[in-house]
Design a protein around this ligand. Structure first.
Ligand SMILES: *Cc1c(COP(=O)(O)O)cnc(C)c1O
Length: 379
């Protein structure tokens, strides 16, 4: 079945009671049991409820996985996966990992004896050198935020298998429509479903998808134990958002490709970071594991002053954090997602003072280019 059909099939239902094609919102924290001896599928909504179940089955299908889990936020999903580790365990993580994931690894898990090493994931030998006997997992994020570095998923999976280590991939930036890490051998896929999956800047949500039953049981145990589950209203909105994932990703990534080419040729733009550009150093690897360059790009206008001028002159995009929505969002990472980093750490992460991140929405690409053209003319 093609991805297009799979998305619609996964996100619609046939309610046995009414025939409703949209999943009913079941607002019930508890469920009546059939008899003293005979219990039904659901007992208490934290452990499971029909609305969340429908959403979990849908996200699993989108990733071509067997088991899906929905959480209240992307960070709840990522934390719950990391909570499957125990004191003494070690995890290797891309140094370009999302800021919230960095914070959990750096400030929370070490208090519980779970250790990590951040390494540059562009070179598999560097990852291998960081493996120690306590290493239990390798954590991939590709393309990375905000510099769009590419990790060779197949190569990391091969390395992990050799050392009997689990692999985790944050697939937020591309969504399962453009990249399916489980198909490439990854064990656990995580998402901030807040972004492309929901797609409308309305809800916060997180997802985890796995194939292995033992891993699934561990994730479910933590989901139920910690309780950071997705509520039924938000699950309904997520399912509604997912229905248009294919058209949104196609439109936004086509526009992003066009905008990246425009910016790449602009004399005021120092560099464009977009894995759909032939000049991107990860282009070949990226294209071997994803459908296209995606809908997010970053570009460098030379200085913080220039970045301010461009942001203030732009008319169409929203100036905010987040990404993956119907509206185009421009962000300034040094003051937003990466505000906690000092100048050295920013430079180390490749976040230059003039770097702007652009998450392309559904507006007309030519309108966005005209807007950028006017703004760039002011610097
Ligand atoms: C936003 C984001 C997260 C965190 O998700 P929340 O829904 O904000 O908790 C994790 N990873 C990536 C790549 C993100 O962009």
């Amino acid at each position: 079945m093609s991805d297009w059909t799979n998305i619609i099939n996964a996100a619609t239902t046939n309610d046995p009671l009414s025939g409703a094609i949209n999943t009913p919102i079941q607002l019930s924290s508890t469920f009546n049991q059939k008899s003293f001896d005979e219990f039904g599928e659901y007992d208490y909504a934290r452990s499971g409820n029909p609305t969340r179940d429908a959403g979990e089955k849908a996200i699993a299908r989108l990733e071509y996985g067997h088991y899906g889990y929905l959480f209240s936020t992307g960070m709840a999903a990522i934390s719950s996966v990391l909570f499957t580790l125990s004191a003494g365990d070690h995890i290797i993580v891309s140094k370009h990992v999302y800021g919230g994931t960095f914070r959990i690894l750096e400030d929370v898990l070490p208090r519980w004896g779970i250790m990590h090493t951040f390494v540059d994931f562009s070179d598999v030998a560097t990852i291998e050198a960081a493996i120690i006997p306590e290493t239990k997992a390798i954590y991939i994020e590709t393309p990375s935020n905000p510099v769009l570095n590419i990790t060779d998923i197949r190569a990391v999976v091969a390395l992990a298998k050799q050392y009997h280590v689990c692999t985790i991939a944050d697939n937020t930036f591309l969504s399962p429509f453009l990249q399916k890490p489980l198909d490439l051998g990854v064990d656990i896929v995580v998402h901030s479903a807040t972004k492309f999956l929901a797609g409308h800047s309305d809800i916060l949500a997180g997802a985890v998808v796995v194939n292995d039953k033992k891993l699934a049981d561990q994730i479910y145990f933590i989901q139920n134990a910690v309780g950071a589950t997705l509520g039924v209203f938000d699950t309904w909105l997520l399912l509604r958002g997912i229905k248009t994932l294919g058209v949104r990703m196609t439109q936004s990534s086509t526009s992003a490709q066009k905008i990246a080419a425009y910016l790449d040729a602009h004399p005021k733009v120092l560099k464009v970071l977009y894995p759909g550009l032939l000049s991107h150093k990860g282009y070949d690897i990226h294209m071997s594991q994803a459908k296209n360059g995606g809908a997010v790009l970053s570009f460098d206008v030379g200085s913080q002053e220039n970045a301010r001028t461009v942001v203030e002159a732009l008319d169409i995009p929203v100036f905010s954090v987040s990404l993956g929505a119907v509206e185009t969002i421009i962000s300034y990472p040094p003051k937003m997602s990466h505000a906690e980093l000092d100048n050295d750490a920013l430079a180390n992460a490749g976040i230059t003072p003039g770097l702007l991140r652009f998450s392309v929405g559904l507006e007309d690409a030519d309108d966005l280019i005209a807007d950028l053209d006017t703004a760039l003319a002011q610097i």
